[in-house]
Design a protein around this ligand. Structure first.
Ligand code: F6P
Length: 363
């Protein structure tokens, strides 16, 4: 198969490092192979638009400013699954054929899709249905994609959460307070665990390890007894109340309302204040974990993934996702990566590390 023209899109929530991928794909595809690279705007929404919302990338993306920029120059969406697309009347419609037609109209020989597990699963379904030559690149601050040790965006999110703890610790010590930091991560506690270790947390609550307030109270009491006047508690957004309810936030109203996790930090903070008499304050970190300047690791990973994805297309190897494994860029069948979320292993190395440091998981 002769490749002349490829497309690239970013899908799902944005994160730091996406522009490094786009730059690397263009540099290698255009610079080395001489292909045209078409940037599709706003994920699959660009393929649904008529005319299709896309434009050819040019040498402007080679500038090193791209490496430093958070977000995605292509735009993205984490709504509007084309197989169940929300309608004005509140119903859902299958618009997958229109998306596939959009790819056909662009005359693409292959498509690079950068996404998390949900977006990559949708792109794969589209690829199978429409005979699209797809290569996927993993990105998500949640780091919950299988078959890769690292996804783009995770390192920067951990850095931001760690830096938040660096900011909270002195004020916690100055005011003799218990500071609760709520971080993102969807159903996985990876950000909370890594940032908690790096930022010197006393308690880390993650959805993978059920907690009891009695245990957290005992930890805080032990700290007080040892002469410590403050404590740092990190809680992942998907942690439930002690009785097992998820706490979610609603954005927008009516048929357009979307639900995300959010708010568990306030519940934990209030409960600790009531139960231990501690003066608590709560910080919900939110989307600052997604934006910002990409950490070097996300720039390096993004560059390596972009180059490898182009090489896969050149070799005619499709339905593959690039991945990071044991210091190498490898590639795996997409199906392997999306068949189950890679959440924190409660018996894994980092949980053992945290326990070894005396950090409590409240269990
Ligand atoms: O998947 C990335 C993520 O940032 C999650 O950690 C979080 O739960 C969710 O997206 C937030 O989504 P939104 O950008 O729609 O608020």
């Amino acid at each position: 198969m002769t490749v002349k023209r490829i497309g690239i899109l970013t899908s799902g929530g944005d994160c730091a490092g996406l522009n490094a991928v786009i730059r690397a794909v263009y540099a290698h595809a255009s610079g080395h192979f001489g292909w045209d690279v078409i940037g599709i705007h706003n994920g699959t929404a660009g393929l649904l638009a008529r005319p299709v919302d896309a434009s050819a990338l040019d040498d402007k993306v080679l500038g090193s400013d791209m490496l430093r920029q958070g977000g995605t120059i292509l735009g993205t969406t984490n709504k509007g699954n084309p197989f169940a697309f929300p309608q004005e009347n509140g119903g859902l419609a299958d618009r997958s054929a229109e998306v596939i037609e959009g790819v056909r109209q662009l005359g693409l020989d292959a498509l690079i899709g950068i996404g998390g597990d949900g977006s990559i699963a949708i792109l794969r379904r589209l690829a199978i249905q429409g005979g699209i030559n797809l290569v996927a690149i993993p990105k998500t601050i949640d780091n919950d994609l299988g078959a890769t040790e690292m996804s783009i965006g995770f390192e920067t999110a951990v850095q931001t959460a760690t830096s938040a703890l660096d900011h909270l610790q002195p004020t916690a010590a100055s005011h003799s307070r218990v500071m609760v930091l709520e971080v993102m991560g969807r159903d996985a506690g990876h950000i909370a665990l890594s940032a908690g270790i790096a930022g010197g947390a006393d308690v880390i609550l993650i959805p993978e390890i059920p907690y009891k307030f009695a245990t957290v109270e005992a930890k805080l009491a032990a700290l007080r007894k040892s002469g410590r006047n403050f404590a740092l508690v990190v809680v992942a957004e998907a942690v439930k109340t002690e009785s097992g309810e998820a706490i979610t936030a609603v954005h927008g109203g009516g048929a357009k309302a979307t639900h995300t996790y959010g708010g568990i930090g306030h519940y934990i903070g209030e409960e600790l204040a009531i139960r231990c008499g501690a003066e608590t304050r709560v910080t919900v970190l939110g989307h600052v974990q997604r934006g910002g300047t990409p950490e070097p690791k996300d720039r390096v990973l993004g560059s390596a993934f972009g180059v490898h994805a182009v090489d896969l297309i050149a070799a005619g190897r499709f339905d593959r996702m690039v991945a990071w494994n044991a210091r190498q860029v490898i590639d795996v069948p997409i199906q392997t990566a999306i068949q189950g979320a890679a959440t924190v292993d409660p018996h894994g190395a980092l949980v053992k590390t945290a326990r070894g440091l005396g950090i409590s998981f409240g269990d």
